[in-house]
Write a protein that binds this ligand. Structure first.
Ligand code: HEC
Ligand code: HEC
Length: 205
């Protein structure tokens, strides 16, 4: 019995020693604010190390205008934007953290993804995009800091999912965008999304 207690005590002491060492080494335990590296590290598993997403329904963040990232994070945190994961993730951070993340990802270079797209849809989309979407989601290599989200080179699955959220009114669509979207048949809308997915995001400067 005594031996047992002793063993447990020793184990406890060993445990406490490890804990205090970890705490002393861990920056999170100090009063210093989290570094930019620590903050953005938490996003890499889904959005990629430089913000080029790992796939399917995960958006690229590389090159996304800073204000778009800030607005999105605040909307996710407030529960104002429909999401599968981001609503929960955003809870853990302050506005200052969002600023650091937005600075980092907006400054990264977007890369094209190798994705399987239907060439006929891409071609149809190309004929519709100028009239309906390009006024805001530009097709030329020009970008101001307050532009809408970058659609160029996003995964098609992400674009389709967000469009579904908009048309089902789970996500609030900008009014002038809604006016355009309403006038398009679903296959036309889908073709435009294929067109955007096919474009090289590196063209956006
Ligand atoms: C576990 C996966 C995962 C992690 C980790 C993650 N995200 Fe996301 N993110 C998503 C998904 C999925 C979406 C699409 C919205 C949704 O369904 O949640 C998204 C959407 C976004 C958007 C909106 C982009 C757009 O164009 O609409 C922003 C901004 C964003 N994430 C930022 C971040 C930041 C900053 C971090 C790090 C703190 C992060 N995310 C961590 C999965 C993740
Ligand atoms: C009047 C400007 C305007 C027009 C026209 C417009 N959009 Fe948008 N779009 C926006 C803005 C602003 C957002 C971001 C809104 C938000 O945060 O919910 C957006 C968001 C999106 C998103 C979500 C992207 C993301 O990363 O979250 C998709 C997809 C999209 N638009 C597709 C289209 C398509 C397709 C068309 C043409 C049929 C179009 N838009 C026309 C302004 C516009």
């Amino acid at each position: 019995m005594m031996l047992c207690k002793n063993k447990r005590f020793k184990r406890l002491i060993r445990c406490l020693t490890v804990l205090t060492t970890v705490c002393a080494l861990s920056p999170a335990a100090s009063a210093a604010p989290a570094s930019a590296e620590m903050l953005v590290n938490a996003c890499f598993s889904c959005h990629g190390t430089v913000g080029n997403s790992a796939g399917l329904t995960l958006p690229n963040l590389a090159g996304t205008p800073k204000q778009i990232i800030l607005d999105a994070m605040q909307e996710f945190k407030a529960g104002d934007r429909a999401s599968s994961l981001m609503g929960r993730i955003a809870q853990g951070y302050s506005d200052a953290d969002f600023g650091v993340m937005a600075d980092f990802f907006s400054a990264q270079k977007p890369q094209p993804h190798a994705q399987q797209l239907d060439a006929a849809k891409v071609a149809l989309g190309a004929t519709l995009v100028e009239k309906n979407c390009a006024e805001c989601h530009i097709t030329q290599g020009r970008r101001a800091s307050d532009d809408p989200p970058v659609l160029f080179g996003q995964w098609l699955g992400f674009l389709q999912l967000q469009m579904k959220l908009y048309t089902e009114r789970a996500r609030k669509m900008p009014l002038r965008m809604s006016a355009k979207v309403q006038n398009l048949a679903p296959p036309e809308l889908d073709a435009i999304l294929s067109y955007y997915a096919s474009q090289n995001p590196a063209l956006i400067k």
